[in-house]
Design a protein around this ligand. Structure first.
Ligand code: CP
Length: 356
């Protein structure tokens, strides 16, 4: 197959996500992590198993010391020009677990972009000093542009998309899958489950990426609950149709709760209102979980949220054993460590550690 370094930008940028996905790997593993479409079931299982392995090894002082020397010769650049708490910090923690040193740019006004340097030149500068670029941007598609650009430079380093515009957040979707894998460990896994998404599904990039990953599981039904103007994008609906996935569109959460195996809540993403004019007459009462809604849910259901939240999940729900969003957040650190380990090809070294 043609490689990313061989295709020109004009031809590449018009491809669909599914057509682009193979360009970001070498046929065996990812070289960049840009799109949810890059991951098949085997890769999701392997990454989950590696995350669990790292989690176990890290439990002891000796195991933690061992992990920290695995990538102590590598450096990661965290290029986050859009606000983030947990993605940024969990990537920092993941790098620390594996011993990578880090640099960061979070505010472009403190970099030479302020002096007129182009984004392309900035990124090539990062790749001169670092072995991995982890980036979040409000610009949809910027991460894939950076991956393409670096593959056309003399120093190609892996790029991880830590959230791009309203489009994709593949590493959040990986941690969501890992959380579902762990939540349903005693219930036959993710296959056959009914997953209900609620909130701002149009601009919630985590839902868009997770919906794509869930197509890798057998007989999973997806239900999208949102007001019409914030409903899941037609492009994602087309992917589900193409892959023969059963899905439904609804506008009231409560009637869906009783049959849900997992409920994935999201907040209104009104930070985009000024740019996309999608300010919605959102009735929060229809897209909220409190004590009353808990009583409608299955006893072994899982409640997820990518966080941050506003009032779509009442804090009193936090104490319920079905609330897994705090564990979900911590899972992000382990799956991101697994992803970085995989990008640098050190899975066997980690799995061969005999102390755990
Ligand atoms: N879930 C998530 O992306 O959170 P942050 O915006 O805090 O990184």
């Amino acid at each position: 197959m043609e490689t990313l370094s061989a295709i020109d930008w004009e031809r590449f940028q018009v491809l669909s996500p599914s057509e682009k996905a193979p360009y970001f790997g070498d046929g065996v593993r990812e070289q960049h992590v840009i799109l949810a479409q890059q991951f098949d079931r085997a890769r999701l299982d392997a990454l989950g198993a590696l995350a669990t392995r790292i989690r176990r090894v890290a439990k002891t002082h000796a195991g933690s010391d061992f992990l920290q020397q695995t990538l102590s010769h590598k450096r990661a650049m965290l290029f986050f020009t859009q606000p983030s708490t947990r993605t940024f910090l969990s990537f920092c923690a993941a790098c620390e677990i594996l011993g990578l040193k880090m640099g960061e740019v979070r505010n472009p006004s403190t970099s030479s972009e302020f002096k007129g340097e182009s984004r392309d030149d900035s990124v090539r500068t990062f790749s001169s000093y670092f072995d991995l670029i982890i980036m979040r941007s409000e610009i949809g598609g910027l991460a894939e542009r950076v991956a393409w650009l670096l593959s056309h430079s003399e120093r190609t380093v892996p790029v991880i998309n830590a959230g791009s515009g309203k489009d994709q957040h593949p590493t959040q979707a990986l941690l969501d899958i890992y959380t579902l894998q762990r939540s349903f460990e005693l219930q036959g896994g993710i296959d056959g489950k009914r997953i209900v998404f609620a909130g701002d599904l149009k601009r919630g990039r985590t839902v868009r990426s997770l919906s794509v990953l869930l197509t890798q599981y057998k007989d999973v039904e997806q239900c999208f609950v949102a007001p019409a103007d914030l409903q899941i994008g037609e492009d994602i609906q087309a992917v589900l149709q193409e892959r023969g996935i059963s899905f439904s569109l609804r506008d009231d959460l409560r009637p869906e709760l009783g049959s849900a195996d997992a409920v994935y809540m999201t907040r209104v993403q009104d930070e985009w209102d000024a740019s996309d004019g999608a300010a919605s007459a959102f009735d929060p009462a229809r897209y909220r979980i409190g004590k009353a809604e808990l009583s409608c849910m299955k006893p072994d259901a899982a409640i997820l949220h990518p966080l941050p939240r506003r009032d779509e999940i009442s804090p009193e729900v936090d104490e319920d054993e079905r609330a897994v969003y705090w564990r979900q957040m911590r899972n992000g650190m382990w799956i991101r460590a697994a992803l970085i380990a995989s990008l640098f090809g050190i899975e066997d070294e980690i799995c061969g550690y005999v102390g755990a």
